[in-house]
Design a protein around this ligand. Structure first.
Ligand SMILES: *Cc1c(COP(=O)(O)O)cnc(C)c1O
Length: 457
């Protein structure tokens, strides 16, 4: 670095004076300045006061391979020397984007043989809306316009992506796209405890049928969903849910967009979440872990059915980004996929890490303030409660979550709070010993949270 390092206090003051952060309560942030993260190694991040934290969230669900992947740095550096940028407009292309398109097509099962590159998951979901619309128009079914999505789904933060997302407080802050409608998610603990998980899963899938009936199948273009809702609280659906949803989509000729921005690249124990749940998407959103977070990159995998329609007819597709297929970002992705192949990351998750992690995570159900545990592959969530039977909260809404999140930090662990649930998504490069340590710290944080609310452990 050329610049003189600033002190923590100097950084915090400048940060507060000039930097508007994403998804942040600014009045709050002024009162409590942020932690400045200065370095990271393997699965540990370090702040400007020299404190270390195990990263239980893989950055923001993206650094699945941790922070010490030198080959990605080298690949990006090499590419920046060779060709730092050229666009993919006007009949041009470049080797990293070509190679990555071919590599992703080879990695995914048929019918996924085409990709449209973006810089983020949000832009990829915008792209999905543009592709879906174009597809139905080219098929001369212009009435198919409505896109169904789910409450508490997260699909990004452009106008289109936030419209697809199902967060009410977000919708209250802008004008949601009028053709996006939301149905209930399969959150059994929040909404279904009076029923068996199986029956509740079917009932939630039937919500999709009801919405289709309400609008008319001729008017519904697509359904978008995460295989497991991530930011909404790691909502693992009942086993009965996805087969019934897929049946309904097929019966009504509605396109299915599987938003794999979190589930993709190994998180669920398969390469993609749709493979874990055996669904058949028409479009797949990816981003985040595709570059291990080392460069911004997202995209849409387009199935043959759609690609055939898009490529058969003339007329320009009026959509794209300056950095679609950016050579340095694509080089980062190629290097990431190379590591995953070399280390057999997905198989290791499925056979070793996920079973080990889930055994420890599910055991947290015995803790006095844990009302419910969910998990799959290498992520999970727990509901914090005072009373396991009634689900009574420990304090005011979100208070237990905020308390536990701070207790995690105090114990050298980053976990995220979603209301009063705690969520975790450890890097896929953890050793089993590191996972044990991470669970030990999570347990210590739960103990501290219980003590804070006067619950005996
Ligand atoms: C993070 C996320 C997005 C948005 O990706 P950005 O790169 O932040 O735009 C979309 N979908 C899901 C499921 C996500 O978790």
């Amino acid at each position: 670095m050329t610049a003189q390092p600033l002190t923590t206090a100097e950084l915090q003051a400048l940060d507060n004076a000039h930097h508007l952060h994403p998804f942040t309560d600014y009045a709050d942030y002024r009162k409590q300045p942020g932690r400045i993260i200065t370095s990271a190694e393997h699965i540990t991040i370090t702040d400007s006061d020299g404190r270390h934290y195990m990263d239980g969230m893989s950055g923001l669900w993206c650094c699945n391979l941790g922070y010490s992947q030198e080959s990605i740095v080298e690949a990006v550096t090499r590419q920046l020397h060779q060709l730092p940028f050229y666009n993919n407009f006007f009949q041009c292309s470049n080797q990293p984007s070509v190679e990555l398109a071919a590599r992703l097509s080879a990695l995914l099962p048929d019918p996924f043989n085409n990709v449209f590159f973006t810089n983020s998951g949000s832009e990829a979901n915008d792209t999905n809306l543009r592709i879906v619309r174009r597809y139905w128009d080219l098929l001369e079914q212009p009435k198919k316009r409505i896109v169904l999505s789910r409450v508490n789904g997260y699909h990004g933060s452009t106008i289109a992506a936030a419209s697809l997302g199902g967060f009410k407080f977000v919708h209250n802050q802008f004008e949601k796209l009028p053709y996006v409608e939301h149905i209930q998610p399969p959150n059994w603990y929040a909404h279904g405890r009076h029923q068996s998980e199986h029956d509740f899963g079917i009932a939630c899938a039937q919500e999709l049928q009801k919405a289709i009936d309400h609008h008319g199948a001729d008017n519904v273009a697509a359904f978008i969903a995460e295989p497991v809702q991530g930011a909404g609280g790691v909502i693992v659906p009942p086993a009965s849910y996805w087969p019934e949803v897929q049946r309904i989509l097929d019966a009504n000729d509605i396109l299915f967009i599987s938003d794999e921005v979190i589930c993709g690249f190994g998180r669920t124990g398969e390469l993609f979440g749709f493979q874990t749940f055996n669904t058949q998407p028409d479009l797949i959103t990816f981003a985040k872990a595709v570059t291990n977070g080392y460069q911004p990159l997202g995209g849409v995998m387009v199935s043959d059915r759609i690609a055939a329609v898009l490529t058969a007819s003339g007329g320009e597709f009026g959509h794209g980004f300056t950095y679609s297929g950016h050579p340095a970002a694509c080089a980062a992705a190629l290097a990431t996929l190379e590591i995953m192949q070399r280390d057999n990351t997905v198989a290791r998750v499925k056979e070793t890490l996920a079973p080990h992690f889930q055994a420890g995570w599910q055991a947290l159900a015995d803790h006095p303030i844990v009302g419910h545990v969910r998990g799959l592959g290498m992520f999970g969530s727990i509901e914090l409660v005072r009373n396991k039977a009634s689900g009574e909260r420990l304090g005011k809404e979100s208070e237990a979550g905020a308390t536990c999140r701070q207790a995690c930090l105090d114990n050298g662990l980053v976990m995220r709070a979603v209301g009063d649930s705690m969520i975790i998504a450890p890097p896929l490069v953890c050793s089993t010993a590191e996972l044990d340590e991470l669970l030990r710290r999570a347990t210590a944080a739960l103990d501290a949270t219980a003590a804070h609310f006067g619950v005996a452990v």
